[in-house]
Design a protein around this ligand. Sequence first.
Ligand code: CA
Length: 223
Amino acid sequence: MMEPRVLIVEDDAELRGILVRGLAEEGFRAEATSNGADLLKRAVAAPADALVVDIGLPDTDGRDLCQALRAQGVEAPVLFLTARDGLVERLAGFRVGGDDYLTKPFAFAELVARLQALLRRSRPEEPPTSDRGLRLDPTRHAVAAGDRERSLTPTEYRLIGRLLGESGGVVRRRDLVRAGWPEGAIVHENTLDAYISRLRRKLLELAAPCEIVTVHGVGYRLE
Ligand code: CA
Protein backbone atom coordinates (compact mmCIF):
# COMPACT_ATOMS: atom_id res chain seq x y z
CA MET A 1 0.00 0.00 0.00
CA MET A 2 1.33 3.40 -0.98
CA GLU A 3 1.23 6.33 1.39
CA PRO A 4 -2.28 7.79 1.24
CA ARG A 5 -2.66 10.76 -1.09
CA VAL A 6 -4.38 13.67 0.61
CA LEU A 7 -5.45 16.75 -1.34
CA ILE A 8 -5.94 19.94 0.63
CA VAL A 9 -7.70 23.14 -0.35
CA GLU A 10 -7.11 26.01 2.07
CA ASP A 11 -6.75 29.66 1.12
CA ASP A 12 -4.78 30.63 4.23
CA ALA A 13 -1.20 30.24 2.99
CA GLU A 14 0.27 29.76 6.45
CA LEU A 15 -2.17 27.04 7.46
CA ARG A 16 -1.75 25.42 4.04
CA GLY A 17 2.00 25.19 4.58
CA ILE A 18 1.57 23.74 8.06
CA LEU A 19 -0.86 21.11 6.79
CA VAL A 20 1.32 19.99 3.90
CA ARG A 21 4.49 19.75 5.95
CA GLY A 22 2.80 18.17 8.95
CA LEU A 23 0.93 15.56 6.93
CA ALA A 24 4.06 14.68 4.95
CA GLU A 25 5.81 14.04 8.27
CA GLU A 26 2.94 11.78 9.28
CA GLY A 27 3.43 9.66 6.18
CA PHE A 28 0.77 11.12 3.88
CA ARG A 29 1.43 12.27 0.35
CA ALA A 30 -0.04 15.71 0.86
CA GLU A 31 -0.68 18.22 -1.89
CA ALA A 32 -2.36 21.58 -1.41
CA THR A 33 -3.96 24.33 -3.39
CA SER A 34 -5.60 27.63 -2.50
CA ASN A 35 -8.80 27.42 -4.56
CA GLY A 36 -11.68 25.09 -5.25
CA ALA A 37 -11.37 24.98 -9.03
CA ASP A 38 -7.80 23.75 -8.81
CA LEU A 39 -8.68 21.14 -6.20
CA LEU A 40 -11.46 19.82 -8.40
CA LYS A 41 -9.05 19.55 -11.32
CA ARG A 42 -6.45 17.68 -9.26
CA ALA A 43 -8.95 15.34 -7.63
CA VAL A 44 -10.41 14.37 -10.99
CA ALA A 45 -6.99 14.00 -12.64
CA ALA A 46 -5.64 11.45 -10.12
CA PRO A 47 -7.47 9.64 -7.36
CA ALA A 48 -6.93 10.88 -3.82
CA ASP A 49 -7.52 8.82 -0.68
CA ALA A 50 -8.92 11.75 1.28
CA LEU A 51 -9.63 15.45 0.81
CA VAL A 52 -9.24 18.26 3.33
CA VAL A 53 -11.58 21.06 2.29
CA ASP A 54 -11.76 24.53 3.84
CA ILE A 55 -15.36 25.77 3.84
CA GLY A 56 -14.60 29.44 3.29
CA LEU A 57 -12.76 29.60 -0.03
CA PRO A 58 -12.30 32.62 -2.30
CA ASP A 59 -13.95 31.04 -5.34
CA THR A 60 -16.50 28.70 -3.80
CA ASP A 61 -18.01 27.30 -0.63
CA GLY A 62 -16.38 24.07 0.49
CA ARG A 63 -19.75 22.32 0.60
CA ASP A 64 -20.55 23.32 -2.99
CA LEU A 65 -17.09 22.15 -3.94
CA CYS A 66 -17.83 18.81 -2.30
CA GLN A 67 -21.00 18.46 -4.35
CA ALA A 68 -19.08 19.29 -7.51
CA LEU A 69 -16.50 16.65 -6.59
CA ARG A 70 -19.19 14.02 -6.06
CA ALA A 71 -20.84 15.01 -9.35
CA GLN A 72 -17.50 14.36 -11.08
CA GLY A 73 -17.31 10.91 -9.52
CA VAL A 74 -14.74 11.75 -6.83
CA GLU A 75 -15.59 9.43 -3.96
CA ALA A 76 -12.74 10.11 -1.53
CA PRO A 77 -13.91 11.05 1.97
CA VAL A 78 -13.89 14.77 2.76
CA LEU A 79 -12.73 16.36 5.99
CA PHE A 80 -14.13 19.90 6.14
CA LEU A 81 -12.33 22.71 7.94
CA THR A 82 -14.41 25.57 9.19
CA ALA A 83 -13.61 28.70 11.15
CA ARG A 84 -17.26 29.43 11.75
CA ASP A 85 -18.79 27.90 14.83
CA GLY A 86 -22.34 28.42 13.63
CA LEU A 87 -21.64 26.17 10.69
CA VAL A 88 -21.00 23.12 12.76
CA GLU A 89 -24.61 22.11 13.11
CA ARG A 90 -25.40 22.67 9.48
CA LEU A 91 -22.27 20.76 8.57
CA ALA A 92 -23.36 17.88 10.73
CA GLY A 93 -26.52 17.72 8.64
CA PHE A 94 -24.42 17.82 5.53
CA ARG A 95 -22.23 14.91 6.47
CA VAL A 96 -22.46 12.22 3.89
CA GLY A 97 -20.59 9.03 3.14
CA GLY A 98 -18.28 9.06 6.10
CA ASP A 99 -17.30 12.72 5.77
CA ASP A 100 -16.20 14.66 8.81
CA TYR A 101 -15.40 18.21 9.90
CA LEU A 102 -13.07 20.12 12.20
CA THR A 103 -13.56 23.61 13.60
CA LYS A 104 -10.56 25.95 13.49
CA PRO A 105 -8.41 26.28 15.43
CA PHE A 106 -7.75 22.58 15.81
CA ALA A 107 -4.89 20.53 17.17
CA PHE A 108 -2.87 18.99 14.37
CA ALA A 109 -2.97 15.60 16.08
CA GLU A 110 -6.77 15.78 15.92
CA LEU A 111 -6.66 16.34 12.16
CA VAL A 112 -4.38 13.35 11.71
CA ALA A 113 -6.62 11.16 13.86
CA ARG A 114 -9.74 12.19 11.91
CA LEU A 115 -8.01 11.58 8.59
CA GLN A 116 -6.85 8.16 9.67
CA ALA A 117 -10.36 7.30 10.80
CA LEU A 118 -11.77 8.42 7.43
CA LEU A 119 -9.20 6.34 5.59
CA ARG A 120 -9.94 3.28 7.70
CA ARG A 121 -13.65 3.62 7.03
CA SER A 122 -13.27 4.14 3.30
CA ARG A 123 -10.64 1.48 2.84
CA PRO A 124 -10.91 -1.29 5.37
CA GLU A 125 -7.46 -2.74 5.68
CA GLU A 126 -7.40 -6.34 4.69
CA PRO A 127 -3.78 -7.27 4.87
CA PRO A 128 -2.77 -9.18 1.75
CA THR A 129 -2.06 -12.77 2.54
CA SER A 130 0.47 -13.45 -0.16
CA ASP A 131 3.22 -11.60 -1.93
CA ARG A 132 6.94 -12.06 -2.70
CA GLY A 133 6.54 -15.84 -2.46
CA LEU A 134 5.24 -15.63 1.12
CA ARG A 135 1.79 -16.63 2.31
CA LEU A 136 0.19 -15.53 5.55
CA ASP A 137 -2.42 -17.62 7.29
CA PRO A 138 -4.55 -15.18 9.30
CA THR A 139 -6.42 -17.81 11.25
CA ARG A 140 -3.33 -19.67 12.41
CA HIS A 141 -0.94 -16.68 12.58
CA ALA A 142 1.56 -18.44 10.39
CA VAL A 143 3.80 -17.56 7.49
CA ALA A 144 4.61 -20.06 4.76
CA ALA A 145 6.88 -20.29 1.73
CA GLY A 146 6.78 -23.27 -0.59
CA ASP A 147 5.82 -26.23 1.61
CA ARG A 148 7.38 -24.91 4.82
CA GLU A 149 5.57 -23.02 7.52
CA ARG A 150 6.47 -21.16 10.71
CA SER A 151 4.06 -19.92 13.35
CA LEU A 152 4.23 -16.27 14.41
CA THR A 153 3.34 -14.32 17.51
CA PRO A 154 0.48 -11.82 16.97
CA THR A 155 2.98 -8.94 16.89
CA GLU A 156 5.25 -10.73 14.41
CA TYR A 157 2.20 -11.48 12.30
CA ARG A 158 1.10 -7.84 12.22
CA LEU A 159 4.61 -6.66 11.36
CA ILE A 160 5.10 -9.05 8.45
CA GLY A 161 1.56 -8.26 7.29
CA ARG A 162 2.40 -4.55 7.24
CA LEU A 163 5.58 -5.22 5.23
CA LEU A 164 3.71 -7.46 2.79
CA GLY A 165 1.05 -4.78 2.40
CA GLU A 166 3.62 -2.36 1.08
CA SER A 167 4.52 -4.67 -1.85
CA GLY A 168 8.24 -4.20 -1.46
CA GLY A 169 8.00 -0.50 -0.58
CA VAL A 170 9.68 0.90 2.51
CA VAL A 171 7.66 0.90 5.72
CA ARG A 172 8.76 3.56 8.18
CA ARG A 173 9.76 2.43 11.62
CA ARG A 174 6.95 4.33 13.29
CA ASP A 175 4.39 2.82 10.91
CA LEU A 176 5.64 -0.64 11.82
CA VAL A 177 5.33 0.23 15.51
CA ARG A 178 1.77 1.44 14.86
CA ALA A 179 0.95 -1.77 13.03
CA GLY A 180 2.54 -4.06 15.56
CA TRP A 181 1.58 -2.63 18.93
CA PRO A 182 -1.56 -1.13 20.46
CA GLU A 183 -1.97 2.62 20.38
CA GLY A 184 -0.10 4.34 23.19
CA ALA A 185 2.21 1.40 23.83
CA ILE A 186 5.78 2.42 24.63
CA VAL A 187 7.97 0.57 22.18
CA HIS A 188 11.71 1.03 22.40
CA GLU A 189 13.78 1.35 19.24
CA ASN A 190 15.56 -1.94 19.87
CA THR A 191 12.29 -3.80 20.55
CA LEU A 192 11.27 -3.33 16.91
CA ASP A 193 14.75 -4.39 15.79
CA ALA A 194 14.52 -7.51 17.94
CA TYR A 195 11.19 -8.46 16.34
CA ILE A 196 12.61 -7.85 12.88
CA SER A 197 15.58 -10.13 13.73
CA ARG A 198 13.18 -12.88 14.78
CA LEU A 199 11.18 -12.49 11.59
CA ARG A 200 14.38 -12.62 9.54
CA ARG A 201 15.35 -15.85 11.25
CA LYS A 202 11.96 -17.37 10.49
CA LEU A 203 12.16 -16.33 6.84
CA LEU A 204 15.60 -17.95 6.65
CA GLU A 205 14.23 -21.17 8.18
CA LEU A 206 11.52 -21.13 5.53
CA ALA A 207 14.13 -20.60 2.80
CA ALA A 208 11.79 -17.77 1.77
CA PRO A 209 12.45 -16.14 -1.61
CA CYS A 210 12.56 -12.70 0.04
CA GLU A 211 14.20 -11.02 3.00
CA ILE A 212 13.63 -8.02 5.23
CA VAL A 213 16.04 -5.28 4.22
CA THR A 214 17.00 -2.39 6.51
CA VAL A 215 16.61 1.04 4.96
CA HIS A 216 18.91 3.03 7.20
CA GLY A 217 17.30 5.90 9.04
CA VAL A 218 13.90 5.10 7.54
CA GLY A 219 12.57 1.62 8.12
CA TYR A 220 12.37 -1.78 6.50
CA ARG A 221 11.16 -3.37 3.30
CA LEU A 222 10.73 -6.82 1.82
CA GLU A 223 13.05 -7.65 -1.05
CA1 CA B 1 -10.73 30.08 4.30
